[in-house]
Design a protein around this ligand. Structure first.
Ligand code: HEC
Ligand code: HEC
Length: 210
């Protein structure tokens, strides 16, 4: 008989499969369109100019080709990593945690070329420093374990399902840019998009609460 109880039991029996399968499928169809990235010019003019126009604290000036080419000798990938994670008096993400790695790459290209380079399609570099599982345990679980302020809970696929409709890529971008009560980069400005992606994927595939 299909009493609610037996239904529940059956549901539980299939729950592992039911939880694992959709998340796999969702992960595979993760290529939903990404929110529109700002251009290098837009980012440089609104954020980076604050220091890189005047040369504040020794910031290389936009247009100072000699200084930039010296720094760029390590490669744009490394320069971008420094801009993302921060280096000496250069704050992580120029203190704007909501800038994606792609937007940072574009801003770096813009500044290094004195405004001449075309915007890259892909980030030069997304340094991954923290394994997803570690990041989740050390930071994300603080809100995502119990569902603080309505955070989708780890191990509860029903919390994530509606959010997954627009694809994993958009979830990663929400974690990067912030989303309602979810702070940009979980308040850790030096994390790269790759770090956040690893954490999001880790949370999505947990079959049971942590
Ligand atoms: C609060 C001031 C400030 C802001 C805002 C800022 N920078 Fe910087 N940036 C610096 C300083 C200072 C340095 C020089 C650090 C050093 O080499 O000691 C620097 C250096 C850099 C470097 C060279 C790093 C290296 O390894 O030599 C890059 C690339 C860079 N910034 C990119 C950016 C981008 C892109 C933005 C905008 C998203 C930005 N910065 C916004 C202060 C800033
Ligand atoms: C201070 C609490 C807090 C921390 C820490 C936190 N989150 Fe969240 N997160 C939230 C809340 C609250 C929401 C629900 C926001 C909403 O959509 O209304 C959320 C939503 C999300 C979403 C769904 C966004 C969407 O578009 O639906 C993702 C993905 C996410 N968080 C990832 C992370 C990751 C990854 C970490 C750790 C690196 C993290 N969060 C750390 C509070 C937090």
């Amino acid at each position: 008989m299909n009493t609610p109880k037996t239904l529940k039991r059956t549901a539980r029996r299939f729950s592992l499969l039911a939880l694992a399968l959709p998340s796999m499928l969702y992960l595979q169809s993760a290529l939903a369109e990404t929110p529109k990235a700002r251009t290098g010019k837009q980012v440089a003019e609104t954020v980076c100019m604050g220091c890189h126009e005047s040369g504040k604290d020794g910031a290389p000036k936009i247009g100072d080709r000699a200084e930039w080419s010296k720094r760029a000798s390590v490669g744009l990938g490394v320069l971008t990593e420094h801009a993302i994670a921060g280096v000496r008096k250069m704050p992580a993400h120029g203190s704007r945690a909501d800038l994606s790695d792609l937007e940072m790459s574009r801003a770096v290209a813009y500044m290094v070329s004195g405004g001449k380079a075309i915007d890259p399609d892909k980030p030069y570099s997304s340094p991954s420093q923290v394994p997803g599982g570690q990041l989740v345990k050390e930071r994300c679980s603080e809100c995502h374990a119990a569902g603080k302020n309505g955070a989708p809970r780890i191990g509860y696929m029903d919390d994530w399902k509606p959010r997954l409709q627009s694809g994993v890529e958009n979830l990663v971008m929400s974690a990067v840019r912030g989303h309602n009560a979810m702070p940009a980069r979980a308040g850790m400005g030096n994390l790269s998009d790759a770090d956040l992606r690893a954490a999001v994927v880790f949370m999505l595939v947990q079959p049971k609460p942590l």
